[in-house]
Structures are given as structure tokens and as C-alpha cells.
Design a protein around this ligand. Structure first.
Ligand code: HEM
Length: 206
């Protein structure tokens, strides 16, 4: 498994290229219309969640179910985390295209609250992505790095719950992403609880 080439920054590069192609395909197939741009906003929000969840749950999964797959995931969580940031960067780019292409509709779908909470989530994501390099880790120090990534992970998890939950009244299927995030949180809590009961084995924070 370790010799497999889809690891590390190659994994990030591959996923970023695929995500960019996905956005170009969605927008292009819809003649660069606002509908296509909005579809790409939704698609990138979903790919972001798909990438975020395994990163957020990586340590818990590796502790609860040690094995090749969970070890691979824990080893690559940094690279999947930066891929999540790339996916959310694309979310921001298509959001900007929406705001420029149809400012009235964009304003009707967003509020100052959305811009502040979404904007601060972006600051957190940028801070986490920028500190995902060895140099930055040693510059920050392991304690600060852990605190930033711990807090940031929880902030993003809550952001996903809120952004999906507010759509449930219009479409009940939005329960699915909410339940997935809650399941990842439950895994972290169970793993933390087990770590507390056997502190010698592992004592990472939740
Ligand atoms: C200032 C920042 C942001 C703005 C202006 C924004 C804007 C939008 C807009 C306009 C849509 C709806 C697209 C449509 O249905 O036509 C959307 C969808 C969504 N956004 Fe963002 N967003 C921001 C940041 C975020 C962040 C930080 C997250 C999560 C961490 C997020 C998660 C989502 C989700 C889950 C959806 C629904 C996707 C779906 O329908 O499945 N957004 N966003």
C-alpha cells in the first residue's frame, strides 16, 4: 500500500485536477448559464463534504478499526484535507461567478449573516490549508498547530450541519449530509471516550 503512487501531494494534485474538470464540465455543459454555475456551487459543496468527512474522522477510524485502509487514510489526511480546501476554493470561484453573473438573484439567496459565517469559515479553511506544510507546522509549533486544526475541524463540521440543515424544509433529503456529519462526530466522541478509558494507548483530543 505504501508504494502505491496515489499518496501524498500526488493525491492532492489528482483530486484538484478532477474537481476542476468537474466544474468546467458542469458549467460548460450548461452553456455557462447561471443554472450551470449554481449547479457547480452545489456540486463543489458536496465534493467538499465528501472530502472533509474522512479527514475529520481519520484518527477516530484508525483508532477504532486499525487496518490498511484506515492507516492509509490517517497517513493521507493532510493531503485529503488540502484537497478539501481546493474543492472549497472552487466553491468560492463559482460563487463569485454567480454574484457577478446575477447579482440580484445572488443577493436574494444570501444575507450578511451568510457572508460573515461563510467568510469566516473560509478564513479558517485558508489558515488550515496554509499550515498543512512541514515548514508551517514547525513555524507554528505542534501545540498551536493541533489547536488550530482541532478548532478548525469542528468549525467546518458545524458549518456543514448548518448549511445543509437550513435546506431541509425545502428538500428533506438534506437530512442525509447532516446525519453523515453527526455520524463522524459520534465516531470522534466514541474514539475519544475509548482513549480516555485506555489513556496509555491513545490520548489525542476529540
Ligand atoms: C461567503 C461564503 C459562502 C457563500 C456566499 C456561499 C453561497 C452558496 C450558495 C449561493 C449556495 C446555493 C447554490 C444554489 O443552490 O444555487 C450554496 C450552497 C451550499 N454551500 Fe455555500 N457559500 C459559502 C460558504 C460555504 C461554506 C463555508 C460551506 C460549508 C463549510 C458551504 C456549504 C454549502 C452547502 C452544503 C450548500 C448546499 C449544497 C447542496 O445543495 O447540496 N458554503 N452556497
Amino acid at each position: 500500500m505504501t508504494s502505491h503512487w496515489i499518496n501524498g501531494w500526488r493525491l492532492t494534485g489528482l483530486l484538484s485536477v478532477l474537481l476542476t474538470l468537474m466544474v468546467i464540465a458542469i458549467v460548460g455543459l450548461h452553456d455557462f448559464s447561471i443554472d450551470g454555475i449554481r449547479m457547480a456551487i452545489r456540486a463543489t459543496a458536496r465534493t467538499s463534504l465528501i472530502l472533509f468527512l474522512p479527514v475529520f474522522a481519520a484518527s477516530a477510524l484508525a483508532r477504532l478499526w486499525p487496518g490498511d485502509a484506515t492507516r492509509w487514510l490517517r497517513r493521507n489526511r493532510r493531503y485529503l484535507g488540502v484537497s478539501f480546501a481546493a474543492s472549497h476554493g472552487l466553491h468560492a470561484i463559482v460563487i463569485a461567478a454567480f454574484a457577478i453573473g446575477d447579482p440580484a438573484l445572488f443577493r436574494s439567496m444570501t444575507s450578511i449573516g451568510t457572508l460573515i459565517s461563510g467568510g469566516s469559515a473560509y478564513l479558517v479553511i485558508m489558515a488550515m490549508a496554509a499550515t498543512s506544510f512541514d515548514r508551517a507546522v514547525s513555524w507554528l509549533g505542534p501545540r498551536n498547530w493541533r489547536a488550530l486544526h482541532w478548532l478548525g475541524g469542528w468549525y467546518i463540521a458545524v458549518s456543514f450541519i448548518v448549511t445543509n440543515a437550513k435546506r431541509i424544509p425545502d428538500m428533506p433529503l438534506y437530512w442525509l449530509p447532516v446525519v453523515l456529519v453527526l455520524a463522524a462526530i459520534a465516531l470522534r466522541l466514541v474514539s475519544w471516550w475509548q482513549g480516555r478509558r485506555a489513556p496509555r494507548m491513545a490520548s489525542a483530543p476529540v
